[in-house]
Design a binder for this molecule. Structure first.
Ligand code: NAG
Ligand code: NAG
Ligand code: CA
Length: 234
């Protein structure tokens, strides 16, 4: 069921091209060798990046997705709890929702605020980490997709760190290597339930675990939210 949803949303984002098999009947061209499929990431923005990469499944190991707040690059992760208080996320808006391939589910975190406060810093320095079920993977691009409401909560500045350390060492800041720190691709609001521009990540190392943090948002709001984090690579 989850796979079906993920494929449906991937189809919105990606154009897959395959090499047509030759129709000639010569011995040479009737080889059964199959060309590897190349997936090209395209975005709605003209002039934006186009690269060859696959969508990396964010299915996690059985430990699940670890919600965090009050956490900065290379610092220790502070665990975020379920709720509508300081340092929490609503029960139906957990970080699993940012990794499920479904644009209709979102992750929302209040960060260092209560639900009814509306401040510049609410929701900042929140995010999550997870260990990929598929194992060590090379990330070469990332993309963030908006939720259904409140553009003010959109992440504008984000970071991605990678690690091959085991849990619980993974909670500690020095476990992580920074591989991206910059714009989210949502600077120009693409609209609700829509993915931003793919950001290329200059990285040559494979990691089993990834930590995603939001350090800037669009405007004053009580939280930061997004429907999907997409990682591309191999
Ligand atoms: C990518 O990273 C390598 C190694 O850190 C560096 O030498 C290179 O200049 C970087 N390329 C870009 C486009 O930033
Ligand atoms: C942020 O919100 C304020 C108040 O609604 C508005 O005046 C301002 O233009 C907004 N800033 C941006 C960058 O959207
Ligand atoms: Ca989702």
């Amino acid at each position: 069921m989850m796979t079906t949803i993920a494929k449906a949303s991937i189809a919105l984002m990606l154009t897959t091209t395959t090499t047509e098999p030759s129709t000639t009947t010569t011995t040479e061209s009737s080889t059964t060798t199959t060309e590897p499929l190349s997936t090209f990431i395209t975005t709605a923005e003209p002039g934006s990046t186009t690269t060859e990469a696959d969508l990396i499944s964010l299915d996690s190991t059985d430990r699940g997705v670890y919600a965090i707040y009050q956490t900065k690059i290379s610092k220790n992760s502070q665990r975020s709890a379920v709720g509508n208080l300081y340092g929490s996320y609503p029960p139906d808006q957990s970080p699993d929702n940012a990794c499920d391939g479904n644009h209709l589910t979102k992750y929302l975190n209040f960060g260092m605020c209560f639900e009814d406060s509306h401040e510049v810093q609410c929701g900042l320095d929140t995010g999550f980490f997870l260990e990929l079920k598929r194992g060590a993977s090379l990330v070469t691009g990332l993309q963030i997709c908006t939720a259904e409401d409140y553009a003010t909560r959109d992440p504008l500045t984000i970071s991605l760190e990678g690690s091959n350390e085991p849990y619980p060492t993974l909670i500690l800041g020095p476990s992580w290597t920074l591989i991206y720190n910059g714009p989210s691709g949502l600077q120009k609001d693409p609209g609700r339930l829509t993915c931003g521009i793919v950001q290329l990540v200059n990285n040559s190392a494979q990691y089993k675990s990834y930590r995603f943090l939001v350090s800037g948002k669009r405007n004053i709001s009580n939280s930061v939210q997004y429907s999907e984090l997409k990682l591309f690579g191999h």
